[in-house]
Design a protein around this ligand. Structure first.
Ligand SMILES: [Cu+2]
Length: 338
């Protein structure tokens, strides 16, 4: 079908966002594909094109000969990563393999593939040193752009250039760095990918696309091939989250506990002062997993799923800076007084 990729893609992005927003009222339990990211992304499209508008766009468009340039964008915190049409961030899915996209169905609604129509081309901008090519989609056979073999996607909740709201999602979606590649086998080199692999253990809870969550397994895109375990770098044998090995429920005699909420991609309070011996409890109320990882390595929660907690008892006075290893811009400090 001939169409302008720009019109259709923007419409589909907006439509996907509208779906997400509509589903948001149903809260987390309804498990809309990208609902989990809503907390972090108060995305408010000024206009929400309907599906009908998309269809009209397709019908009226003529053959396209557009050329799309992939560029290097620089996030102040995350670093250099690839951007596609309109400067929008491009992502990789670690469950994919070289020239083997696995995100289809509802997953592809939340993560629209970077596709080319017949006649359209993609070129590399300055600093884009990898090989740009295309591979056929497993669902509709359309050509999805690849970078060093890595299938490229956008995130529906990224509203504009510079948005990186999909970074680290479910521990399987990452921004694509200029050095990212799948040519050696599994996908490597996504921004933060190694850190996430080191801090999250088992890939079992995440299905293709990384957006399906347990209670709503029926909403998993049926056609989606399950990612194989080999597609993900295996990490430490540490089990995911909840009661943590480092947690010590029996703090020193009579000490009270202190709490930190993890919400909206932030720790609250971000700075907490406690007496030595006190147990601090972090509770993740976000729709996505986070970690509590000491900068000096003295403690690490592993992945804390939604609704789970992590406890750490601080026996020694000092200042402990920590962050979420999946979303490194999430930082906090525990100050322990004697
Ligand atoms: Cu996080």
């Amino acid at each position: 079908m001939m169409r302008t990729i720009r019109a259709v893609r923007l419409a589909s992005l907006a439509a996907a966002t509208a779906v997400v927003l509509a589903a948001c009222g149903g809260a987390y339990a309804t498990a809309s594909p990208a609902a989990a990211a809503i907390g972090a992304v108060p995305s408010t499209p000024t206009a929400a094109p309907t599906i009908a508008a998309t269809a009209a766009g397709e019908a009226s468009a003529a053959a396209s000969s557009a050329v799309y340039e992939v560029t290097v964008a620089r996030d102040p915190k995350l670093g250099a990563h690839l951007a596609g049409e309109g400067g929008k961030s491009l992502y990789l899915l670690t469950a994919d393999a070289a020239n083997k996209p696995t995100c289809v169905g509802g997953c592809a609604t939340a993560w629209p593939p970077f596709e080319l129509d017949p006649g359209e081309q993609v070129t590399a901008g300055p600093g884009v040193t990898g090989v740009l090519a295309t591979t056929p989609r497993p669902d509709d056979g359309k050509q999805q752009v690849t970078y060093n073999g890595i299938p490229l996607y956008y995130f529906a909740n990224d509203a504009q250039a510079g948005d990186v709201n999909g970074q680290g999602f479910k521990g399987v979606w990452f921004l694509v760095a200029p050095a990212s590649t799948a040519l050696g086998g599994p996908i490597t080199g996504g921004l933060g990918q190694d850190a996430a692999a080191a801090s999250t253990a088992t890939p079992t809870a995440t299905s293709a696309g990384g957006y399906t969550r347990g209670p709503a397994a029926s909403q998993s895109p049926a056609a989606s091939p399950r990612p194989t375990a080999t597609a993900r770098p295996t990490a430490s044998p540490r089990p995911t989250a909840s009661p943590l090995p480092t947690a010590s429920p029996s703090a020193t005699a009579g000490s009270a506990a202190s709490s930190v909420q993890i919400a909206n991609f932030a720790f609250a309070p971000s700075s907490l002062t406690v007496r030595a011996g006190i147990t601090v409890t972090w509770t993740n109320t976000d729709g996505v997993s986070h970690t509590v990882t000491a900068d000096d390595g003295s403690f690490s929660s592993g992945k804390i799923p939604t609704g789970s907690t992590f406890r750490e008892t601080f026996a020694t006075a000092g200042t402990y800076a920590y962050r979420c290893s999946i979303h490194p811009s999430m930082i906090g400090t525990i100050t322990v007084t004697p």
